[in-house]
Design a protein around this ligand. Structure first.
Ligand SMILES: [Zn+2]
Length: 74
């Protein structure tokens, strides 16, 4: 067997940046993790806030209960 000293596993992990697909250091020193940079984080958050977070403000109609109409014809 060859006695090649294997380096200990690094504390920091390398993950894929969800925005640009590049390498991102997943460590406490990276404040933008799992993103690689502040720009990528802002881009992703902007897309999420503008597109995915559009909740239609539609209050439930009063007196409208589903399944109550067919209960009389039982
Ligand atoms: Zn990135």
């Amino acid at each position: 067997m060859s006695s090649t000293p294997t380096p200990p596993p690094a504390k920091r992990r390398i993950v894929t940046c969800p925005t640009c697909g590049g390498e991102s250091v997943y460590a406490p020193e990276n404040a933008f993790r799992p993103f690689c940079s502040e720009r990528c984080k802002n881009v992703d958050f902007g897309a999420w806030a503008s597109e995915s977070y559009r909740v239609p403000a539609k209050p439930p109609a009063p007196g409208e209960s589903a399944g109550d109409a067919s209960d009389d014809a039982h």
